[in-house]
Ligand binder design. Structure first.
Ligand code: TYM
Length: 331
């Protein structure tokens, strides 16, 4: 049995990218492995949310995890800030993380560009906190989308460095994981290569979107005037529509539009109409559960309490052992 861990930042509603990148395969694994799934709310502080937004976003992610099928009785589903041991491990790992490697991290450079008025130390040390999330349960498998690959590599670096420094094998190496399939990157509807929570209107389909909104977003997705030569390569925006279709539609549907594209007979209006229908069929049951679970505060509070208890047990054991390895001893 392996220890599996995955997390999502609480910065907004979950979208199709989050679902297919991090949740779908996790649901399959929860019955076979020791699984931890958490809401990264410490991480979300790098963007300075208001207390109200912070709380609302954590609740929304919790609700959507549950709606997607994570069973809190089986997996350990918890909120990061309910496990302060993570903050201690983060502090300890920070001592062996170097400025140069943190500054070179592509997500740091990206974020620093996007929020140039708020390049805080939390942004720089974000990969260290993420390593602490993973190493605190000594997880070996981390279901994530393609964008998190470099962070996983850094988590391995920090774990191995700790082992080397103290001459032991305490931390196992965590690997990004997607069931033997390549890591996934769901593109945006706006022609950009990634669906993201903060990419602006029209980029993402959220699991909680109502059918009308989904239809509107998809019908507005960026396309062009169509191929002019048979079998010509697809431009990015068109590739995006096909990629989204690949995860929500049947193989037959996908083949049908591939053929139409290759023979220059494709009508993007028809394709988007079909895609909207398939996305709606996929999200409708999720949306229904999101609304139902979101209204049950008693259940949510029970789930959060139970998750915190289970996660803290594992986290406290690691921190205790790490303290001993480092040399903290009671007098
Ligand atoms: P976050 O919140 O940006 O995204 C959560 C998960 O969803 C995946 N994902 C995608 N996968 C495919 N296509 C997309 N368009 C797409 N967009 C997002 C991400 O790869 C991720 O798996 N740093 C993490 C949160 C985190 C974490 C961790 C994850 C904190 N600590 C420990 C795993 C382990 C993040 O910002 O993900």
């Amino acid at each position: 049995m392996e220890t599996v861990l995955s997390g999502i930042r609480s910065t907004g509603n979950l979208h199709l990218g989050n679902y297919f990148g991090a949740i779908k395969n996790f649901i399959k694994m929860q019955h076979e492995h020791r699984c931890y799934f958490f809401i990264a709310d410490y991480h979300s502080l790098t963007t300075h949310p208001t207390p109200e937004d912070l709380h609302q976003n954590v609740k929304q992610v919790l609700v959507e995890y549950l709606a997607a099928g994570i069973d809190p009785e089986v997996a350990t589903l918890y909120i990061q800030s309910d496990v302060p041991e993570v903050a201690e491990l983060y502090l300890l790992l920070n001592m062996n993380a170097y400025m140069g490697e943190l500054e070179r991290c592509t997500t740091f450079k990206d974020k620093a560009r996007k929020q140039s008025d708020n390049i805080n130390a939390g942004l720089l040390t974000y990969p260290v906190l993420m390593a602490a999330d993973i190493l605190i349960h000594r997880a070996t498998k981390v279901p994530v989308g393609k964008d998190q690959e470099q962070h996983l590599e850094m988590a391995r670096t920090f774990g191995k460095r700790f082992n080397r420094m103290y001459n032991n094998e305490y931390f196992p190496e965590p690997y990004a994981f997607n069931f033997g399939v390549d890591l996934i990157k769901i593109p945006g509807l706006d022609g950009s290569t990634k669906m993201g929570k903060s990419e602006g209107e029209g980029n993402a389909v959220f699991l909680a979107d109502d059918p009308k909104t989904i239809q509107k977003k998809i019908m507005r997705a960026v396309t062009d005037s169509g191929p002019t030569e048979k079998n010509q390569p697809k431009p990015q925006a068109i590739e995006n529509i096909f990629n989204i279709m690949q995860v929500v539609s049947t193989q037959d549907t996908l083949n049908y539009f591939e053929d139409k594209y290759n023979s220059c007979e494709i009508r993007y209006g028809d394709m988007k109409k079909q895609l909207a229908e398939d996305v709606i069929a996929f999200t409708a049951p999720l949306r229904e559960k999101i609304l139902e679970i979101g209204a049950d505060d008693v259940y949510l509070s029970k789930v959060a309490r139970m998750g915190a208890e289970k996660a803290r047990e594992s986290a406290a054991k690691t921190v205790k052992e790490v303290r001993e390895i480092i040399g903290f001893k009671p007098f």
